[in-house]
Design a protein around this ligand. Structure first.
Ligand code: DP6
Length: 325
């Protein structure tokens, strides 16, 4: 009863920002992402009769506290689906998602855990069922079941049965690249979970965010099919700015941006003024991800590395979906 799976993290081009139901993780809007090959988690789940509780090792260290609770709660879902509710597991995860790169490891982490856990306990899930299960660990993780571009359909049902990601275009469809720009920041972080909750509950800008989503989604999906980089980049950048604008309206107000975040944003816009098509997007943290085309890689990397306050730049191509090892 043992299985190993690998999942890659993803970067949202149309952001998931807000839940309509917290326990099941049901979002208030559809979102769309690109899976990245540079950052991933490999997880082995081993269910054993002899265990009296779950054990979770991350990068060879035992995990306790809240992170451990999230994993055991998620394993409870897998146990419940299989009917084998009295089995505990050894979970061993290796993260190739440097926290410093500003990617939440929860997306690749829960996708790999769901895939390995379901397989180990003998569930034979379709991609759609696996995405729906993964969603309940961390929302953005449900998109990491697929490679390339994926859309998380929010669904309408209260039981969450129609809320899962679907593939939009494979990584072979279009070679677009992402630079993860790492900043030397020690800012205290508002988690994405807490940040989106506060925004939904208190920001007067939130309804405007929700209203603007269908147009952004239609535009970006057309842009992906047409491989229109300017269109996709411009929509992704504007969507990110709108998401971050909602946090400024929250009570108490907050922002994930740092002075260096703004410097990187300005530099990307300057690159465009100088004829290099590059666009930024930012998740729930100060680090910036920059979208660019392969032919501009050297110039984009050099420009980003030269910004004061930038400590590292990590380049990535589009990645694949779940793989079993
Ligand atoms: C800004 O998926 O981390 O990265 O569902 O509460 O675990 P939970 O939140 P999470 O939120 C991700 C928010 C985001 C945008 C995105 O990835 O779509």
């Amino acid at each position: 009863m043992k299985a190993t799976a690998r999942a890659h993290t993803n970067i949202a081009l149309i952001k998931y920002w807000g839940k309509r139901e917290e326990a099941l993780i049901l979002p208030t809007n559809n979102s769309l992402s690109l899976t990245l090959d540079g950052f991933y988690t490999t997880t082995t789940v081993d269910f054993r009769e002899a265990l009296s509780q779950d054990v979770f090792m991350l990068n060879d260290e035992a995990v306790t506290g809240e992170a451990y609770q999230r994993v055991t709660k998620f394993l409870d879902l897998i146990r419940g689906l299989s009917g084998k509710t009295d089995l505990y597991a050894n979970v061993h995860s290796i993260n190739e998602v440097p926290t410093a790169a500003g990617f939440a490891s929860s997306a690749s982490g829960f996708a790999a855990l769901a895939a390995a856990g379901a397989k180990a306990i003998g569930l034979n899930l379709s991609d759609q069922e696996l995405s729906r299960l993964t969603r309940q660990g961390s929302g953005s993780a449900c998109r990491s079941i697929y490679g390339g571009f994926a859309e998380w359909e929010m669904g309408t049902r209260q039981d969450g049965s129609d809320s899962y990601a679907v593939p939009i275009a494979s990584k072979e469809h279009w070679d677009i690249r992402v630079a993860a720009v790492v900043l030397s920041s020690t800012m205290k972080k508002v988690s994405s979970r807490a940040g989106m909750k506060r925004t939904v509950e208190t920001s007067p800008f939130y309804p405007g965010w929700i209203e603007s989503i269908p147009n952004d989604l239609n535009g970006i999906k057309a842009g992906i099919q047409e491989k229109d980089f300017e269109k996709v980049g411009a929509i992704a950048e504007a969507n990110c700015l709108k998401m971050h604008a909602t946090t400024l309206g929250a009570n108490p107000p907050f922002t994930y941006w740092h002075d260096t975040t703004l410097r990187v944003m300005h530099t990307v816009q300057e690159m465009r003024a100088n004829g290099i098509p590059a666009y930024f997007t930012i998740d729930a943290g100060p680090n910036v991800k920059v979208l660019y085309l392969p032919e501009d890689e050297a110039r984009v990397e050099e420009t980003l590395r030269n910004i004061a306050g930038v400590t590292d730049v990590r380049l990535s191509k589009a990645g694949s979906g779940i793989t079993y090892l």
